[in-house]
Ligand binder design. Structure first.
Ligand SMILES: [Zn+2]
Length: 138
């Protein structure tokens, strides 16, 4: 059990690094929301990840961010009839022809889907860059 928690924490720390990079790229002061998609076959427990998040996020731009986790679908492609099917974790058979020789297309990964950022840009700085005064709002 202790190992599992360690696993989620290291996943969370890796996620924080990814979030930090995006935030820096976009000049964000703060990350408001983090949208994740977790595949049911990824081995990552959403509830454990949520528990690990505050520890991993402390002192980062995402300290006050809300973590929103959705489950992604499991999709397989059949090696016999080439059909793609959405399946369940306990039944990965092709839904078209019933063959067991399917290949996993998605459902075994964690995806950082979207970030909501608070971006620091003030009209004063923009006006100075343009060499013009910013008109006062009427
Ligand atoms: Zn098939």
């Amino acid at each position: 059990m202790g190992d599992t928690k360690m696993h989620e924490l290291s996943v969370c720390l890796a996620l924080m690094e990814q979030v930090r990079k995006v935030a820096v790229e976009h000049d964000a002061r703060r990350v408001d929301k983090i949208y994740l998609r977790i595949g049911p076959l990824s081995g990552i427990e959403a509830s454990l990840l949520k528990n690990a998040f505050p520890i991993a996020a402390t002192g980062t731009v995402a300290e006050d961010a809300i973590l929103i986790i959705e489950k992604s679908e499991i999709v397989v492609r059949c090696t016999r009839c080439d059909a793609e099917s959405t399946v369940t974790p306990n039944n990965l058979l092709c839904r078209q022809c019933g063959d067991f020789r399917t290949r996993l297309i998605s459902g075994d990964a964690m995806l950082l889907e979207r970030l909501e950022l608070d971006i620091a840009r003030t009209p004063t700085i923009l006006g100075a860059e343009l060499g013009e005064a910013v008109p006062a709002p009427t």
